[in-house]
Design a protein. Sequence first.
Length: 139
Amino acid sequence: MKSFRRELWFDTKSRREYINITSQVNQCLIDSGIRDGLCLVNAMHITASVYINDAESGLIQDYDDWLEKLAPHEPVSFYRHNRTGEDNGDAHLKRQVMGREVVVAISNGKLDFGPWEQIYYAEFDGRRRKRVLVKIIGE
């Protein structure tokens, strides 16, 4: 069995961003040479998520609107976590809802997606450098 590891780095310009990383993950798969196995993709920060869904701008805006209603950024005094001097209590909750990671099967050298599936990195406390781990195992 082979193993491959790569970190993808992102510098987000706003607090919340949704970045389609499917092509970067696919490049990792190509570079790994693995034809059958599993691909783990996970956010390495507690205020960011990796998820799979449709690459449709309306859906992405729906996610953002829904998450902001569920855990609004302001007032920052609403969150006990922010009493530590942080202002990202909402980002931790958004991450919990959207999840930490995804696992995608690899079949015949390709990410084995269903129709319309794409991998996204969701940043909820941006404006600084963050990373995603891609770990691929198989043969």
